[in-house]
Ligand binder design. Structure first.
Ligand code: AMP
Ligand code: MG
Length: 352
């Protein structure tokens, strides 16, 4: 029997949030004075749109910084701090930079806050599925079972004062894939500010950060993509300033085998791609690192638990889309949300 495996991890699908300047869903419109760049790093397409200041230099610095962060935090190629930690699993405590300790602490915090739906030690499963790699495959149940035993965020020990961290057991692998792009988004805004920029927008493959307002004083309009559209249509638009907007979805990276879709967000309870009934989770918050961890976490948790978690957090909001095409939003975001998905069969559930 021939099995067809297709991997869709290209640029197209990763632009899951689109800045809508005026009409349409293009990152275009009234950007006459904008400096706009398109690059590729962290396995995704990166769009920057910067108004004023030293835009060109800032944009270049941002890409260098994102690549540096990728080198330190990826498990997809050798070198870097996280690989150093993983290679010492079960053996030694490792000295790490303040930056890596910060991201690891955030990752552990959100692992705990989500009751392990987000789990920073998901690495062995991510490697086994290889959904982002060249040889994606469906691991057998026995293999998954034995790998699942290695997944437990409580086994990461972090000592901030000493600047060290360790993984308790051999074979354990920390994976920052669900949070590092968010961190890079926060660093991007810091670089913009350092250059005196007051108005800018960056999209790191679905991790959007908007600095300030648009130069004409209006709010940024961020389109939330229809998870089942391949042409970038969106189901709603939210208007924001000085916020991070991060989406996780089953359409961003996946492969298909025997007509079944296997996406990149793994449920640490089952070892399989999460099947919570949510197909897209968008988190709005001040820090992009928080939004990134929470979008992955809530995707695994599902609608009820996800909404409960987000509503318990100050200054954090969410838009969730279910597999039966219903759109839910938390109270604060309802005020700035315009729904437009009815033509594609979506329903906006304003009152639950
Ligand atoms: P995101 O696209 O931000 O939702 O993150 C997905 C990425 O995070 C995957 O490509 C994995 O590297 C990693 N990941 C997958 N499942 C989990 C999980 N349950 N908890 C933490 N990280 C995960
Ligand atoms: Mg994430």
């Amino acid at each position: 029997m021939t099995k067809k495996v297709t991997l869709r991890s290209g640029l197209l699908l990763l632009v899951c949030i689109i800045a809508v300047a005026g009409a349409g869903c293009r990152a275009g419109g009234s950007n006459t004075n904008a400096y706009e760049t398109h690059d590729f790093a962290m396995g995704t397409s990166i769009t920057q749109r910067i108004y004023g200041g030293n835009a060109q230099q800032a944009a270049r610095e941002v890409i260098d910084e994102i690549k540096r962060i990728e080198d330190e935090m990826t498990i997809n190629k050798p070198g870097g701090e996280i690989n150093k930690l993983n290679n010492s699993a079960g053996k030694a405590e490792i000295e790490l930079s303040e930056e890596t300790i910060y991201v690891l602490e955030k990752a552990k915090h959100f692992s705990s806050l989500s009751g392990g739906a987000f789990d920073v030690t998901i690495g062995p499963l991510v490697k086994a599925w290889d959904i982002l790699g060249d040889n994606p495959r469906v691991p057998g149940d026995e293999e998954l079972e034995s790998l699942l035993r290695l997944v437990d965020y409580r086994d990461i020990d972090i000592n901030r004062e000493a600047g060290t961290a360790s993984l308790k057991r051999p074979g354990q692998i920390a994976d920052l894939g669900g949070i590092a792009k968010g961190y890079a988004g926060d660093r991007t805004v810091e670089i913009y500010k350092k250059h005196g920029i007051k108005s800018a927008f960056v999209n790191l493959g679905g991790n959007v950060v908007a600095l300030g307002r648009k130069p004409d004083g209006s709010l940024w309009k961020i389109g939330i993509q229809d998870p089942r559209s391949s042409t970038g249509d969106y189901v709603c638009v939210i208007e924001i300033e000085d916020k991070a907007v991060v989406t996780s979805g089953d359409y961003q990276r996946f492969f298909e085998k025997d007509g079944k879709r296997y996406h990149h967000i793994i449920d640490p309870k089952t070892g399989y791609p999460a099947n919570s009934g949510l197909i897209s989770t968008t988190i709005v918050s001040d820090l992009s690192i928080d939004a990134d961890a929470l979008s992955t976490a809530t995707f695994v948790m599902g609608l009820e638990k996800g909404l409960e978690l987000i509503e318990s957090l100050e200054g954090v909001d969410a838009v969730f889309i279910t597999d039966d095409k219903k759109v839910y939003a938390t109270e604060n975001i309802k005020k700035v949300l315009t729904f437009s998905g009815e033509n594609r069969g979506y329903e906006y559930v304003e009152e639950r």
